[in-house]
Design a protein around this ligand. Structure first.
Ligand code: HGY
Ligand code: MN
Ligand code: MN
Ligand code: MN
Length: 409
């Protein structure tokens, strides 16, 4: 029987804190937008650590990175531990990074124990998971899984018109691999980014799937005029129309509570001058629900709201820019995670993820499941994001055992 490995998490915590210094913000968070200088620096540090751990590094054409630890059976498909290093503009130290560095810690622990696995084991860094710089989210894993073409992915531009293709850098230590390699299985460790595990005093979330997400761009066309002499009834004011739309969109969240989510994260007015009635207002709309039928109803109602608002005043357009249907993960992978949680003795529960993750698209091309650990107050996509070292270590031990159930010793 191979020696039992128990990951204590100290080295994992050190790596997380070292990575958090890259793109560190004044308020204790990180800003490592996809393919930015900070993201490049984070990827270089990850590559260095993986080369030091004896891994071969390859990158695919959309910029996904893979650190490969050979297995005894060179024909066996790799068991991959993946997540992301890119962050929100005011991101936290753990979103995405935890899953990547927990994967590295598994490899380092196998090295320490001088254990070789039957199948190769890899850590994947999926490009542009957040969608904060290049929409849509989960772009790198989506191209890898064939949900988007490589040209579409490389052609996505940020708000300054910079294309991902131009922003990508090839890392000198990385060989090039085509997108879409076959994988044996994919496991992603991630902080929950919500309050459930902490509230229920559970250490591990066995993630069975991910709720559906639809992203829209809303554009309201007004006409610029002077804030002083122009009588209210003469104005075509997109902000007043936005106020009515926003109230109705948020009503959808109440109508389909408790699982519906409605978020308006971006709001822009043009020309954005305090004494000019705007000529245009644009905002993003993010609708989510775990039930496909209800998400469709919310989508249909959003369309109807816009249609009614278009009967008068400032014209509104609602353009769907991304749809990620609800996903159910692979039963055997879910069982491997449950078995690992039971074996390691941590209190666990099954749950559906409210956030999107790279595992959504990778589950289309490989058996996939996820492992959640609590984060403080359920806060994430916030510089105050934090997690307990012992919970992070627990998730890493569960990841190790779930991976070994597939990779074999
Ligand atoms: O939008 C999401 O849920 C993910 O964090 N990109
Ligand atoms: Mn994430
Ligand atoms: Mn995120
Ligand atoms: Mn995510």
């Amino acid at each position: 029987m191979p020696p039992e490995i128990t990951i204590n998490g100290d080295r994992l915590w050190e790596s997380l804190m070292a990575m958090a210094e890259i793109g560190a913000t004044a308020k204790g968070g990180v800003c490592r937008l996809a393919a930015s200088e900070a993201d490049k620096a984070g990827r270089e540090l990850f590559i260095k650590w993986c080369v030091d751990a004896g891994c071969e590094i390859v990158a695919d054409e959309i910029g996904n990175l893979f650190a490969k630890r050979a297995g005894e059976d060179t024909d066996a498909l790799p068991v991959v531990m993946g997540s992301h290093l890119d962050s929100q503009p005011t991101g936290g130290k753990f979103d995405g990074v935890y899953g990547v560095l927990a994967g590295l810690e598994v490899i380092r622990s196998l090295n320490d124990a001088k254990l070789s696995t039957r199948a190769p084991v890899e850590v994947a860094v999926w490009m542009n998971e957040e969608g904060a710089r290049f929409s849509p989210a989960m772009l790198g894993s989506g191209v890898f899984a064939g949900a988007f073409s490589l040209d579409y992915g490389l052609g996505r531009t940020d708000k300054d018109g910079v294309a991902l293709k131009a922003a990508l850098v090839q890392h000198e230590l990385a060989g090039i691999a085509p997108v879409g390699r076959k994988l044996g299985a994919h496991f992603e460790a991630h902080i929950e980014q919500g309050p459930i595990l902490e509230a229920e005093k559970k250490t591990i979330g066995v993630v069975t799937g991910v709720q559906g997400i639809v992203w829209f761009d809303v554009v309201i066309a007004g006409s610029e005029c002077h804030a002083g002499p122009t009588p209210m009834e003469m104005r075509i004011d997109p902000v007043q129309k936005a106020a009515s739309l926003l109230t109705q969109f948020f009503t959808l969240a109440r109508e389909y509570a408790p699982h519906a989510r409605v978020t308006v994260g971006e709001i822009h007015s043009h020309p954005s001058s305090r004494n000019t009635v705007p000529g245009k207002v644009q905002f993003s709309l993010d609708l989510r629900h775990p039930e496909p039928a209800i998400l469709q109803t919310m989508h249909r109602k959003a369309d109807a709201i816009v249609k009614k608002e278009n009967l008068c005043g400032a014209p509104v357009s609602l353009e769907e820019i991304w749809h990620s249907p609800p996903v159910a993960f692979d039963e055997n992978c879910i069982t491997a995670v449950s078995n690992a949680a039971a074996k390691t003795g941590y209190p666990f529960k099954e749950m559906v993820s409210g956030a999107g993750h790279d595992s959504v698209y990778i589950s289309r091309v490989a058996p996939t499941a996820m492992i959640f650990v609590p984060c403080k107050g359920g806060i994430s996509h916030n510089e105050a994001e934090s997690a307990e070292p012992h919970d992070l270590a627990a998730g890493c031990n569960v990841l190790l055992h779930a991976v070994l159930e597939y990779a074999g010793l």
